[in-house]
Design a protein around this ligand. Structure first.
Ligand SMILES: Cc1ncc(C[n+]2csc(CCOP(=O)(O)OP(=O)(O)O)c2C)c(N)n1
Ligand SMILES: [Mg+2]
Length: 790
C-alpha cells in the first residue's frame, strides 16, 4: 500500500484541525450521554446523564476525523463533496459536524449554535421526540442511513454518476465490508466514467472490529488486503496510527496526494487523451475503534477493541466511577478552548471551514429534489399499438415500452439525468431499443463480440441486483431519474434494500426542508407466468406482497394488462415523486385489449368495468375480476366460454391496473371509496378474481369490503416447473376452465343447471394434460384463442 510522505500541516493548521476534531468528538460524547450541563460548567452529576444510554461511539471518532480533513480539502480546493458513511450508526458524529459547520441550525433553528442549542443537540439524540441514533433523513447532508450495513459504496457511486464536479467520500466499515452488497459494489470502478461522472473516494475504516468480533479485513495481511483492493481496481493508500498529530499529518498528506491524483485522472480523461481504465485511489484508515475514548473499564481494554462499539461507560448515571471517567473523558477534549462563553464554537475552530453549499451538510446533492429537473416525456400515445377492437392485435408489452423509453432517453440526453438499471436483462426484457440512442456503461476491456458497450453509456448493467439497486437509490436521492428492470423472481434479492429506501422516503416526506425526489421505478418482467423455459426457481410473484407492507403513502403497484396500459403507467411513474412504483408487465406476445385512449382512461381510473367484455346489463350474476396480463387473458377466455355455454348468465368483467385501488380509501390514497368499490364489485354477487400473484394478498387488501365474503381469488400458489405457458395457469387453478368451474360452483343455482358444462371443463383440463405430455405444447384451441366480440 502507498504511504504518503510529507507533513503538509503547519503548526497552526495542525492545532486547528485537531481542535475541530476534539470538538466534534466532545459533541458526539455529549449526545450519547448528557441531558444537561452541556459545557460542563459544573461537575457532572447523575441527573445530567440520560437514563437510557443509546448510541454508538466506536466508529464516531474516525468519522469525525475524516469530516475534519475532508473539510480542509474542500476549503483548499473549493471541491464539491458528499460524505457517505457506511457505519451510519455513527450518527452522533455527523450531527456534531453539521452543528459545528452551522447547517444543522439553519435547518433546525432551535438547535442553535450556542449553549441552549448544544443542550438541545445533546438531549434530542436517541431521545423520544428527538432524532434517531443513525445518520437518518433528518440529518442534513445525508443520503445514506447506514442502519442496515452494506449499501454505502453503491449509494456513493449512484451519487457520483453524471456529477462530474462531485467527489463522494465514502466510509466503508470494515464489518460492513463483509456484506455481500458491499463486496460486489467495489466493482463499480468498471462503470464510472472519468469524463462524465464524478469520483468516489472509498475509505475503508479498518478500526478492526464489529459489535463483538474482529473483522475479516483487519486480520489478513497487508499484502492480501492490498491485492484485494488492487483487484477491485484501486490504488490503496494506508493511513495508520494512534498518535493524533502523526495521523493528522499523514491523513492530510494522503488526501492532498489523492485529490491531485483524482484531478489528474479526470483532467487526462476529459482532455480526450486517456482511454485506459484508471486505478482510482482509495484509503485504508487503520485507527483504533473508539479512539480517544475510555482506555479501559473494569480492568478490560475498551479503546481499540470491540468493547468501544456502543456506549463505553454504560452505567455512567449509576456508577460513580464511570461518571467520573466520563467527566475525565469529556474534559480531556478541553471544551473551554473549543467553545466560548455562550457555548458557540470559538472562531478559530470554524473560520477555516468551507462556506455555503460547499459545507457537506448543505450540499444540494444531499437534498437532491432541489436539483431535480423533470423529465422531458414524449407523448406515450405516439408509441401505442393501434387497435380497432379489443384483442385483435398482439404485442410484447415491454418491447413497446422500449420504443418509448428510447425516445425518453434521447429527449433527456442533454440533461444527463436518466439512467436504466438492470442485472444484464435490458435486452432480454425487450427494452433493447434504448441501445439505438445510448450504450451500456463499461470501462473494462472490450472484445469485438461485445455489443453496445460504451464509456458514457446510460444503461447500467451488472449482475448484482444489490449494486443496481444501490446505484439507482444514490442516483435518485441526488435528484435524478431511473428505472430498474428485473426478473420478477429475483427482485427479492433486494427486498431489504427496498425496505430501507421506503423507510427513507416515509421519513423524508415529513421533513419540510427535504424536497421530493424522483420515484424508484421497478419494471418487473419475465414474470411468474411466463418463466416456462426457466422453471420453478424463476417463478415468484411475492415482491408485491413485500412492498405493500410499507406505508401506503409511498407504495404504488401497477399491473397493466397490455402494452398500451403499460405505456400509460410508465408515463405516470416517470413523472411521479417520492414513491416506489412497482410495475409488473410481460414481455411475451399478448393481446392488446385497449386502444391508447381507452388505456389512458383505464389507468386514470385504476380499475374499471370492461363493458365490451361484459353482458350484465348493470346487474351481474357474477363478477370476473382480474389483475395482471396473464390473469386478464384467462379471465377474458373464461368470459368467452361462459358467453358460449351459459348465455343467460350476466357476467361483468372488472380489470384492476392499480392494485392499491382495492384498499379502502382510509388505508391508501388510491383506495376506492366503499361506494365505488360496491358499485364495481357489488355487495352480494360472487366475485371470481384472477390475480397475478399470491391470492391471499387480494384478501388482505379487500377484507373490509362489504362483498369480501363472496370474493374467491385465484392466483399463484407456488406450483410451477418448466412447462407450457397454459400449464402454468392450470397447475395453479387459474386457467379459463377452472375459472368457469369456479363460477358454476359459486353462482347460486348454477351447479345443478350447468353440471354438464362443468364436466366439460374438467374434461378440457384433462385433455390439456394429455396433449402437452404428448406434443410438448399447448392445445391449439388455447394457443390460438382470440377474443371475438359478442
Ligand atoms: C446488514 C446488517 N447486519 C447487521 C447489523 C448489526 N450491526 C450494527 S453495527 C455492526 C458492526 C459494524 O461494524 P463495522 O462495519 O466495522 O462498523 P464500525 O466498526 O465502524 O462500527 C453490526 C453487525 C447491521 N446494522 N446491518
Ligand atoms: Mg469496524
Amino acid at each position: 500500500m502507498r504511504v504518503a510522505s510529507g507533513r503538509p500541516l503547519n503548526e497552526d493548521e495542525l492545532a486547528r484541525i485537531d481542535a475541530y476534531w476534539r470538538a466534534a468528538n466532545y459533541l458526539s460524547v455529549g449526545q450519547i450521554f448528557l441531558l444537561d450541563n452541556p459545557l460542563l460548567r459544573e461537575p457532572l452529576r447523575p441527573e445530567h446523564i440520560k437514563r437510557r444510554l443509546l448510541g454508538h461511539w466506536g466508529t464516531t471518532p474516525g468519522l469525525n476525523l475524516l469530516y475534519a480533513h475532508l473539510d480542509r480539502v474542500i476549503a483548499a480546493r473549493r471541491q464539491h463533496m458528499l460524505y457517505v458513511t457506511g457505519p451510519g450508526h455513527g450518527g452522533p458524529g455527523l450531527l456534531a459536524n453539521v452543528w459545528l459547520e452551522g447547517t444543522l441550525s439553519e435547518v433546525y433553528p432551535n438547535v442553535s449554535r450556542d449553549e441552549s442549542g448544544m443542550a438541545r443537540l445533546f438531549r434530542q439524540f436517541s431521545f423520544p421526540g428527538g432524532v434517531p441514533s443513525h445518520v437518518a433523513p433528518e440529518t442534513p447532508g445525508s443520503i445514506h442511513e447506514g442502519g442496515e450495513l452494506g449499501y454505502s459504496l453503491a449509494h456513493a457511486y449512484g451519487a457520483a454518476f453524471d456529477n462530474p464536479e462531485l467527489v463522494v467520500a465514502c466510509v466503508v466499515g470494515d464489518g460492513e465490508a463483509e456484506t455481500g452488497p458491499l463486496a460486489t459494489a467495489w466493482h463499480s470502478t468498471k462503470f464510472l466514467d472519468p469524463v462524465g461522472d464524478g469520483a468516489v473516494l472509498p475509505i475503508l475504516h479498518l478500526n478492526g472490529y464489529k459489535i463483538s468480533n474482529p473483522t475479516v479485513l483487519a486480520r489478513i495481511g497487508d499484502d492480501e488486503l492490498t491485492a484485494l483492493m488492487r483487484g477491485y481496481g484501486h490504488t490503496p493508500y494506508l493511513v495508520e496510527g494512534n498518535d493524533p498529530a502523526t495521523v493528522h499529518q499523514l491523513l492530510a498528506a494522503t488526501l492532498d496526494e489523492i485529490f491531485d491524483e483524482i484531478s489528474r485522472i479526470q483532467r487526462e480523461a476529459r482532455a480526450g487523451g486517456a482511454t485506459e481504465r484508471p486505478s482510482w485511489p482509495m484509503i485504508v484508515l487503520r485507527t483504533p475503534k473508539g479512539w480517544t475514548g475510555p482506555k479501559e473499564l473494569d480492568g478490560l481494554p475498551v479503546e481499540g477493541t470491540w468493547r468501544a462499539h456502543q456506549v463505553p461507560l454504560p452505567a455512567a448515571r449509576d456508577d460513580a466511577a464511570q461518571l467520573a471517567a466520563l467527566e475525565e473523558w469529556m474534559r480531556g477534549y478541553r471544551p473551554e478552548h473549543l467553545f466560548d462563553a455562550d457555548g458557540a464554537p470559538v472562531p478559530s475552530l470554524v473560520d477555516w471551514l468551507p462556506a455555503g453549499v460547499l459545507r457537506m451538510g448543505a450540499s444540494p446533492h444531499a437534498n437532491g429534489g432541489i436539483l431535480t429537473r423533470s423529465l422531458e416525456l414524449p407523448d406515450f400515445r405516439g408509441y401505442a399499438v393501434k387497435t380497432d377492437a379489443p384483442g385483435t392485435q398482439s404485442a410484447e408489452a415491454t418491447r413497446v415500452l422500449g420504443g418509448y423509453l428510447r425516445d425518453v432517453m434521447a429527449a433527456n440526453m442533454p440533461y444527463r439525468n436518466l439512467r436504466l438499471f438492470g442485472p444484464d436483462e435490458t435486452e432480454s426484457n425487450r427494452l433493447g431499443a434504448v441501445y439505438e440512442v445510448t450504450g451500456k456503461a463499461w470501462q473494462a476491456r472490450t472484445e469485438p463480440v461485445d455489443l453496445h458497450l460504451a464509456r458514457d453509456g446510460r444503461v447500467m448493467e451488472m449482475l448484482s441486483e444489490h449494486t443496481c439497486q444501490g446505484w439507482l437509490e444514490g442516483y435518485l436521492l441526488t435528484g435524478r431519474h431511473g428505472l430498474f428492470s428485473c426478473y420478477e423472481a429475483f427482485i427479492h434479492i433486494v427486498d431489504s434494500m427496498f425496505n430501507q429506501h421506503a423507510k427513507w422516503l416515509k421519513v423524508a416526506r415529513t421533513l419540510p426542508w427535504r424536497r421530493p425526489v424522483p420515484s424508484l421505478n421497478y419494471l418487473l418482467t419475465s414474470h411468474v407466468w411466463r418463466q416456462d423455459h426457466n422453471g420453478f426457481s424463476h417463478q415468484d410473484p411475492g415482491f408485491i406482497d413485500h412492498v405493500v407492507n410499507k406505508k401506503a403513502d409511498v407504495i404504488r403497484v401497477y399491473l397493466p394488462p397490455d402494452a398500451n396500459t403499460l405505456l400509460s403507467v410508465a408515463d405516470h411513474c416517470l413523472r411521479s415523486r417520492d414513491y416506489v412504483n412497482v410495475v409488473v408487465a410481460g414481455k411475451n406476445p399478448a393481446p392488446v385489449w385497449l386502444d391508447v385512449e381507452a388505456a389512458a382512461a383505464h389507468c386514470a381510473r385504476g380499475t374499471g368495468i370492461w363493458e365490451w367484455a361484459s353482458n350484465d346489463d348493470g346487474d351481474p350474476d357474477v363478477v370476473l375480476a382480474c389483475a395482471g396480463d396473464v390473469p386478464t387473458l384467462e379471465t377474458l377466455a373464461a368470459a368467452d366460454l361462459l358467453r358460449r355455454h351459459l348465455p343467460d348468465l350476466g357476467v361483468r368483467v372488472v380489470n384492476v391496473v392499480d392494485l392499491m385501488r382495492l384498499q379502502p380509501a382510509s388505508e391508501h390514497p388510491h383506495g376506492l371509496s366503499d361506494a365505488d368499490f360496491d358499485a364495481l364489485f357489488t355487495t352480494d354477487r360472487p366475485v371470481i378474481f384472477a390475480y397475478h400473484g399470491y391470492p391471499w394478498l387480494i384478501h388482505r387488501l379487500t377484507y373490509r369490503r362489504a362483498n369480501h365474503r363472496n370474493l374467491h381469488v385465484r392466483g399463484y400458489k407456488e406450483e410451477g416447473t418448466t412447462t407450457t405457458p397454459f400449464d402454468m395457469v392450470v397447475m395453479n387453478d387459474m386457467d379459463r376452465y377452472h375459472l368457469v368451474m369456479d363460477v358454476i360452483d359459486r353462482v347460486p343455482g348454477l351447479a345443478r343447471k350447468a353440471a354438464v358444462v362443468r364436466q366439460s371443463m374438467v374434461d378440457k383440463r384433462l385433455a390439456h394434460h394429455h396433449h402437452i405430455r404428448r406434443y410438448g405444447e399447448d392445445l391449439p384451441e388455447v394457443r390460438d384463442w382470440t377474443w371475438s366480440a359478442p
